[in-house]
Write a protein of this length. Sequence first.
Length: 195
Amino acid sequence: MSTAPVADAGVAPSKGKKKLLVMLLAVVVTLAAAGGGALFMLKQKAAAEYAEDDGEDAAPPARRQGKGAPTFVPLDAFTVNLADREAERYAQVGITLELSDPKDGDQIKNFMPAIRNNILMLLAHKTSGELLAREGKTQLAMEVRLETARALGFEVDDEALTANDDSDQPQKKRRKKAVALGPVHAVHFSNFIIQ
């Protein structure tokens, strides 16, 4: 039988093990610093390539400019039977309205029963096929804006649905029509379940 030295569990690690631990820690810190530097350089390179593609020496565009932070008005979740004929399907949709002006938040709250009614009627006429596609959700968001504007007393024509989505129009015209849809700047979905 061979005799091997038995390590005592209560004895501190030797100097060699401490050196190895310190060296490993130094390597990990160095690699982390190098990774951060590489990430920074890649971001700078991507920004420069973006500027070259645009033909400008500017950084990527910043977020939209406005008077201040937008106001968000979350609506209670909508649960509605859909208009599918082949099966009974329903949707549960959470909607948040984005307002450009914080003053409009009170007006939205005052007209909430009419707004919810219009949105429920809109959802009840949709089929699951229409709502499953991204284009259908985009269309629904525009229709929610229109129905909200109607509930608030704005005169809205249904042509604004197709005219506002037409990407061939100059940007100034599109912006002008978007403002005509009332105080709701955008519609965001917080949940979207179809069963």
